[in-house]
Design a protein around this ligand. Sequence first.
Ligand code: FES
Length: 130
Amino acid sequence: MVKSCLDDPAARYGAEPGGASAPAKAKITFVDSHGQARTVEGESGATVMETALRNDIPEIAAECGGACACATCHVYVDASWTEKTGKASQMEEDMLDFAFGVKPNSRLCCQITVKPELDGLVVSTPAQQG
Ligand code: FES
């Protein structure tokens, strides 16, 4: 008997939620400027900004939609995560020049891609965005 991709339900209908080919997820905690923490799941490949918007996280306006052109997705990456999130690109650094309250751990969260290694990531939003 000849097998085709149509015999594979995952190929035919897409991955089952939680199945082996489902996108990996990472828990991300957003702490707002009042100190309230919200932990949500982000899908690998999405950005931290997209994860925030999908989960109605406050204080992340993301006005440019992730084009690195507005700085309204400014976050502070928790000190224990700065190595794993990596450094801002030159373009991101240039845009951060327009943000308020920039610190060494400042990032634009539209430039951070969710990946399994970021499971547990903690970011907080500056008071100026509250
Ligand atoms: S969403 Fe505009 S810079 Fe990130």
